[in-house]
Ligand binder design. Sequence first.
Ligand code: ADP
Ligand code: MG
Length: 267
Amino acid sequence: MSDIQTKNGAAGATTTGVGDESYTGQEYIVRVRGIKRTYEVGGQPVHALKGIDLDIERGEYVSIMGPSGSGKSTLFNMIGGLDKPTEGTVFIDEVDIAQLDAFELAWLRCRKIGYIFQTFNLIPVMTAQENITLPMIFAGYDLDHQLSRGQELLDAVGIPHRAHNKPSQLSGGQQQRVAIARALANHPSIVLADEPTGNLDQKTGVEIIELLKRLNKESGVTVITATHDDKMLKMSDRVVVVTDGMISRIYSRKEIEALSDTTGGFH
Ligand code: ADP
Ligand code: MG
């Protein structure tokens, strides 16, 4: 879209400047700079994020790991434009998303980012096909496109014959497949999956991870997941460990492979 592209160019030019030594000209789909998020609970501040810097390359598969309450979902909400940081900047495709107006932010969320949640978050009265086509309706695609893309996605996530089932008529794994298809509906650049296997048994969870990894490889979509799941960690290009609102460690692909060969875990 021309508006976004215009901003893209402008933001790209300004963000490579002073105080940004880590920018190397690499194509980063996500850049997070100095993110802090403080909530207020009963008049008391809760410092959920205390200063996060993170660059994610286009096409990467990154896992965010950390104990419950460490700030993973808060970080996802910032990257996904669902909430605003108290301090700091999120660049998506070199656009500072705080500079977008409501329309542009809605466009970004609809077209560039796909969301997957632990609890699937499908609309219960809608069929699988209707859930999947909803983002295409928001994006203004015609019915022919909705139906053909919808079936293509049902095929891609391995449930070609479930178009007319409602969520209550699907297993947890099948519901998450519908949610993955919905996330991919408008060919996003980024998929944000917040503990996508948290409500699934281990075998189904592994199938979902393998599906996400395959889609990442095939379509080049950047996948960012929050997870505790060892299997998911091992498939990652990088593992980012978040502890108490800060990044405490980042494992590279080499380090992940070395760990997979030993009994050691991620800390
Ligand atoms: P995680 O996803 O790693 O479990 P969260 O990002 O959900 O962690 O939470 C980080 C911290 O922020 C926790 O202390 C949590 O209680 C707090 N928190 C999260 N969301 C809110 C909110 N909407 N209001 C107040 N506190 C919140
Ligand atoms: Mg969470």
